[in-house]
Design a protein. Sequence first.
Length: 324
Amino acid sequence: MSTKPGKAIYVYKPPAAPTFADLRAGGERRKAFLRYHITDNLNNLVDLSVHFGLKLLPAGLCSAAGAKIGLFAMPRFHKLAVRRARENLKVLMPSASEAEREAVLRRNWENQGRLMTEFSIIRRVALTPGRVKDLDVDWAVDLAAGGPLVLVGMHLGNWEMMAAPLSQAGLRLHANYVPPGGRARAWIAQKVRLDNGVVLMPPGRDGVKPALKVLKEGGIVSMFCDEGFRGWIRGPFFGRPPHLDGNLALAVKLARRSGARIVPWYMLRDEGVNFTFNRLPVITLPPEESPGARLMDDVLLLNGVIEPVIRAHLDQWYFLDSAL
């Protein structure tokens, strides 16, 4: 295994749109202009049509179509991701047979495909009684009444299903938002999260101060500490040397500076488009002698909570195909 160094907090810069000066310049700049304003817009039209078209389907059919797409597309069009996932499974499931690891991989493909199509119906599914089991909104409201919270989710099952029920219960979740590639996909991702009641904050370094402000005012910040950052798994550590890059360190820093409690949770897919919400014991960080004295201990504590959950559900983990 190898680790890729990265910055603890990066600076997000949206790509600039090519101008007519690029068109006149010719060469690669001209190609970039044509790609951005013509080719990409055709792709944007397809993305928007698919997104809104899927909304017309029954939830079960929409999700099942995604599973079929995942099984078809992943081994054919994402060969690097498939190779990485197989390498990761050998490391993370050393005692499993090849057939067992392949079965995990196929279920992962299905889940990734379902995630893609379910993005069109998240709110409908999340607010349908019986679709999401054990999501106790009263418990969440009571917990939030006791002071600031850092909700630490995991990219398992379909994590997007949590926001709408909590929003309906009056809880405002604040989350950093990193737009996906493609203007239509970025617009869709933003719209879906806003519709589900998430308050979006800037990504990267620009989002740290707003997050701290929310917590110091007694609010809720939602973040994820299992990360695939630029194609590399930054968390959990999976036996690699611990580091202070990424959201594991950011979560405990925010909690320390605001007095917030950390609430780990995850959403597992049961079957089809049905889910079970799982919450782990609330973490109140222990006292430290001086600011930052326990930083690495805090990071290891949080990693020790989320890593066993990820290991137990690799078939539903979104970042299985990022590199270790």
